[in-house]
Design a binder for this molecule. Structure first.
Ligand code: S3P
Ligand code: PEP
Length: 433
């Protein structure tokens, strides 16, 4: 499926993007391992979160929904999962695969994890190695890539691990394995990464100790199910923050957006570039900060993106590259080599697409240099099956002189079902072909 996006348009109105993907995954996982029921609202009904949901059904967990974002998980307790009858299919979802490696390492049964073409190429050594040091046995069919088989019945012990890369997925995998390990499992991060696992564990009554950049759990506790309200995903809101910033005459409000400080790098970076974003109606919902974001178009200027903001905006760079492409002057991103191992190589793929539109974008091993220009041409760009690339180039059409065709857009459903409808409602003429 392709997107054809007409040039121009302005983004206006109020809308709420779907639920946070990271929190939706964790709500199913911790809900399943808890004692008692967990009632989730605002659950992301996108393919990645649904893949996690199906896995836990396949391991014997009774899950009702989703019905308009409502899901009820009947927790089976930390020792109550059952062996799945077939390999667990995780589609495009790196978060599902890495977190499940940790969670499954503590079970009494074997399980095999598979993914699509993109997920089968992503690096899994980053979880296999530290989990092996905890006593887990995980076999890779390739060179540290999926399919993976996690062998059950292995006694785990806590470790004290320094993350070589800033990764919330690796941190979370180790903390989940730590629930099953003897002693303490501690993870030290080189820079802050999203902390939804820690927050939700605490919310479920599990003791989590944080000391600066080090976070620890001790095995042998219990989780108590409860209510989880999932905020709108700031990573999905990011496309509208960029679109409304760059499309002249825009004024829109994004409602109920998750504003966890480990996720708001996109707002900080856009503001450094001159964007007009107001944070309104700040509140805390279910242990996570939430706000409405009003964004109006504003002239942007190029910047050197501060490296400490990179992990706090890691999924938002495809959108941010579009903002940089129309900023006055140069934007330089460094310290972002992680972008090369996402659903696609987001540095190479975005540079190719921007070059096709006539924008100077030079890929670097750890980032990109982009020279802004007021507008660009149309053309045919390839998303390489990466949802965030497809959505970023949709917003690029607001500054294009001609139609932008975006190839291979089916995967937009992994994180943002209804993207086309909401984007049209906002004022950008995108059609599926
Ligand atoms: O923990 C999570 O939910 C995620 C962590 C990030 O990945 P890394 O841990 O690989 O940085 C992010 O890119 C991904 O979309 C979701
Ligand atoms: C990198 C992403 O997700 P995952 O790692 O879960 O595939 C993303 O959603 O941008």
């Amino acid at each position: 499926m392709e997107f054809h996006v007409q040039p121009g348009g302005a983004l206006r109105g109020r809308l709420r993007v779907p639920g946070d993907k990271s929190i939706s995954h964790r709500a199913i996982m911790l809900g399943a391992l808890a004692d008692g029921a967990t009632c989730i609202s605002g659950f992301l009904e996108g393919e990645d979160a649904l893949a996690t949901l199906r896995c836990f059904r396949a391991m014997g967990v009774d899950i009702d929904g989703p019905h308009q974002g409502r899901v009820t998980v009947q927790g089976v307790g930390l020792r109550g999962l059952q062996a799945p009858g077939a390999p667990l299919e995780l589609g495009n979802s790196g978060t599902s695969m890495r977190l499940l490696c940790g969670l499954l390492a503590g079970q009494s049964f074997d399980a095999t994890l598979t993914g699509d073409h993109s997920l089968s190429r992503r690096p899994m050594r980053r979880v296999i190695d530290p989990l092996t040091a905890m006593g887990a046995v995980i076999e890779s069919a390739g060179a540290g890539t999926a399919p993976l088989t996690v062998r059950g019945g292995q006694p785990l012990h806590g470790i004290d691990y320094e993350l070589p890369v800033a990764s919330a997925q690796v941190k979370s995998a180790l903390l989940l394995a730590g629930l099953y390990a003897s002693g303490r499992t501690c993870v030290t991060e080189p820079a802050p990464t999203r902390d939804h696992t820690e927050r939700m564990l605490s919310g479920f009554g599990y003791r989590v100790e944080r000391d600066g950049s080090r976070v620890c759990v001790e095995g042998g506790g219990r989780l108590q199910g409860g209510e989880i309200e999932v905020p709108a995903d700031i990573s999905s809101a990011a496309f509208f923050l960029v679109g409304a910033s760059i499309a002249e005459g825009s004024d829109m409000t994004l409602e109920h957006v998750g504003m966890n400080p480990t996720r708001t790098g996109v707002v900080d970076i856009l503001r450094l570039m001159g964007a007009d974003i107001q944070v309104q109606n700040e509140r805390v919902v279910g242990g996570e900060p939430v706000a409405d974001l009003r964004v109006r178009s504003a002239p942007l200027k190029g910047i050197a993106i501060p490296e400490h903001l990179v992990p706090l905006a890691i999924d938002e760079f495809p959108a941010l590259f579009i903002a940089a492409a129309c900023a006055e002057g140069e934007t330089l991103l460094t310290g972002a080599e992680e972008l090369r191992v996402k659903e696609s190589d987001r540095i190479a793929v975005m540079a190719d697409g921007l070059n096709t539109l006539g924008v100077t974008a030079e890929p670097r091993p750890d980032g990109m240099r982009i020279v802004g220009q007021p507008e660009w041409g149309g053309g045919r760009v390839h998303s390489h099956s990466d949802h965030r690339i497809a959505m970023a180039f949709t917003m690029a059409a607001t500054r294009a002189r001609d139609v932008i065709h975006i190839e291979d857009c089916d995967n937009v459903n992994t994180s943002f079902p209804g993207f086309v409808e909401l984007t049209r409602e906002a004022g950008v003429a995108v059609a599926r072909q």
